[in-house]
Design a protein. Structure first.
Length: 394
């Protein structure tokens, strides 16, 4: 049992409140039971007597649910520092860069891929990410996609088959779509929870994306889509048509896309990835328009070696507030409960009684500092299932 008191500000993300409301409790206490689940979260004055002995006072710091990063690509070999350098000198970002990482991934053995994915997952943990989703997508052959998913399973149970990232250099599009929907899916589905398609310029068009996602659904996988990142297209509308859990990127949206997402009443989340816009010098999407229309918004890192080589959810929160018109509360909600919604989970991303004991202690008195102090290390301690896994209580 773990009992914490002296919490200046406790973000509960109470699920009985409207989506986007943090349910902040001041002068709070938190208890994680021996089952690793939240046993009490509320005002310290109401802490039941049986929990009072052995309480640890955290001296007026904020405590928030662990970040749920619902979109990363951590299984890859090499990096693309030269591509980044060229981009910063004026060369535009394109989907084609993915093929550089495909070559490096195919040339890396499983141990190297596991070590790289673990390094990044650990980096994420130290900035407060307690759950992350990760994808294949840099293998693009039956063998390399299958082993990419086996590597992904070494770091998370939220694994996504993204054979449809781009068409590999050696293949023709129609043959490759047939391969994905046939032999590749058959081999990958046992190792994946989700299927995703990059539906955009230079990757897959809507009809191919529909065929791939439907094949994935038939194989029992949940659906997600990379949509409307590089240009306006039919990806978001396709996502809504198929009832995907999340349309990710959503950089180029028109009002019909926003209404379609809103009409799903939260079934399809819009996951925004502000560090991808930052690192590709693209325009930021306007989260305000989505939230005001009633769309459920998540924030994620998109960590990958091309468009967004960062694991930092605090940075995503800062950018969302400073450049995407989100309030501080909305951004923190979207990085925690929003990410959980994008993974269709209610047991994480909140600190309600019965939820998993995953949380972070900040070295500030409130969660506002996550946006207010961009780039500063604010995470003092990270707990997963009630156990301290990074930092210290001091
Ligand atoms: O989410 N958009 C597609 N996939 C990644 C980028 C992959 C890469 O450039 O390697 C993304 O931004
Ligand atoms: Fe991505």
């Amino acid at each position: 049992m773990l009992v914490l008191t002296g919490i200046s500000s406790l973000v509960t993300n109470d699920l009985t409140l409207e989506r986007g409301k943090l349910g902040v409790v001041t002068n709070a206490a938190l208890v994680v039971g021996d089952d690793n689940k939240i046993a009490f979260a509320g005002e310290a004055a109401n802490l039941p007597r049986e929990f009072k002995s052995n309480a640890i006072d955290i001296n007026g710091r904020a405590l928030i649910p662990g970040f749920v990063d619902s979109h990363t690509h951590l299984v890859f070999g090499g990096d693309r520092a030269e591509e980044f350098e060229a981009r910063m000198a004026g060369k535009p970002y394109s989907a084609g860069g993915i093929r550089t990482t495909v070559a490096a991934t195919r040339n890396s053995n499983d141990d190297v891929l596991v070590a790289n994915a673990r390094r990044l997952a650990n980096e994420a943990l130290h900035t407060g990410t307690t759950t992350l989703e990760t994808k294949s997508g840099y293998g693009l052959s039956v063998v390399d996609e299958t082993r990419s998913l086996q590597v992904a399973n070494a770091i998370t149970s939220e694994t996504t088959f993204l054979g449809a990232h781009v068409v590999p250099a050696e293949s023709q599009i129609n043959d490759y779509v047939d391969l994905i929907c046939g032999e590749m899916l058959e081999n990958c589905a046992p190792h994946a929870k989700w299927i995703d398609v990059f539906c955009d310029r230079g990757a897959f068009e809507v009809d191919h994306a529909r065929a791939i996602l439907k094949a994935g659904a038939n194989a029992g996988l949940g659906l997600r889509i990379h949509a409307n990142q590089l240009q306006h297209g039919g990806g978001v509308q396709l996502g809504v048509e198929l009832g995907v859990a999340s349309c990710d990127h959503c950089t180029h949206l028109d009002s019909a896309d926003i209404s379609a997402l809103a009409d799903t009443k939260g079934k399809t989340v819009a996951t925004l990835l502000p560090t991808a816009e930052l690192c590709t010098r693209s325009k930021f999407p306007d989260a305000r328009r989505l939230i005001d229309a009633g769309v459920t918004v998540a924030l994620a890192s998109d960590c990958n070696p091309g468009s967004s080589y960062t694991t930092s959810m605090p940075l995503a929160i800062s950018l969302a507030v400073l450049n995407m018109n989100m309030t501080c509360d909305e951004a923190v909600w979207s990085a925690t409960a929003g990410g959980a919604a994008a993974l269709r989970r209610t047991d994480i991303g909140n600190l309600a009684v019965g939820s998993q004991g995953d949380f972070t202690i900040l070295n500030s008195r409130s969660h506002i500092h996550l946006a207010y102090r961009p780039g500063v290390k604010l995470v003092d301690a990270v707990f997963v299932r009630g156990q301290l896994v990074a930092g210290s209580l001091r």
